[in-house]
Design a protein around this ligand. Structure first.
Ligand SMILES: [Zn+2]
Length: 238
């Protein structure tokens, strides 16, 4: 039995299972991890954090506020501290569940996967980035990697600095840096309208040598949402 900080008990045991044989897939995928969405795929799918995770995070913030209001050494403060510890544990559990579900689905549906190396990303980000996202992403990427190995899927980390948001995924032309609020732009060389996140995911896949189509990175000029500033950028004009 293991007892962790918020007074929860776990029976710990190891289950040995044969990795279930997965069907061979023709599909491959590039993955861009970000803040506006948890992940954006080269096929155009945008994945947000699930509601059960945001709910747990909201409860945690509320518990933390209650604790900071409780500054005396009273029993109430001990209680508030325990509530925070429990809320922390629930967030960690919810996040792990989400990472498991998403990584399992991605491994099941794709023969090869590519993701930007996070050490590289840290170099490119701004200081506004929160370390919580680093921990969040690296936990997820580690999970993807071991599941890929377990199931014989190819897994690529794009290690070199690839200017994924400067390069047009349709024609390969390298354009100037773009501030983070620019969510879509038109390639000056080939005229394609590009979605920032999907373009990055396609470039990650291409940098790994995966044959993905750039057509999902294209947007019609008419559907581009109003551009606005954002707080909490995780990378500058990379
Ligand atoms: Zn182009």
């Amino acid at each position: 039995m293991i007892r962790d900080a918020p007074d929860r008990y776990f029976a710990s045991f190891v289950v040995q299972t044969e990795p279930g044989a997965l069907l061979h897939r023709e599909t491959v995928v590039g993955i861009d991890l970000g803040l506006t969405h948890f992940a954006v795929l080269s096929d155009g799918t945008k994945i947000s954090s699930p509601r059960f995770l945001s709910r747990a995070e909201k409860k945690l913030r509320r518990a933390q506020r209650a604790l900071s209001r409780n500054q005396d050494g009273s029993r109430n403060r001990d209680k508030a501290r325990l509530t925070v510890a429990r809320a922390h544990a629930r967030v960690a559990d919810a996040r792990r569940d989400f990472h498991h579900q998403l990584s399992t689905a991605l491994i099941r549906d794709n023969q090869a996967l590519a993701v930007e190396d996070l050490a590289v990303r840290r170099l490119a980000r701004t200081r506004l980035a929160k370390s919580v996202h680093d921990a969040d992403w690296s936990g997820f990427v580690a999970m993807l990697e071991y599941k890929a190995r377990l199931h014989g899927r190819a897994f690529h980390r794009i290690g070199r600095f690839e200017p994924t948001t400067r390069t047009c995924s349709a024609c390969g032309t390298k354009d100037g840096p773009k501030p983070l609020h620019v969510r879509a732009w038109q390639c000056p060389a080939c005229g394609t309208w590009l979605d920032r996140d999907i373009n990055a995911a396609v470039n990650v896949a291409k940098a790994a040598g995966l044959a993905v189509s750039a057509c999902r990175a294209q947007v019609r000029p008419g559907v581009i949402p109003a551009q606005r500033g954002e707080a909490g950028t995780h990378r500058g004009a990379a």
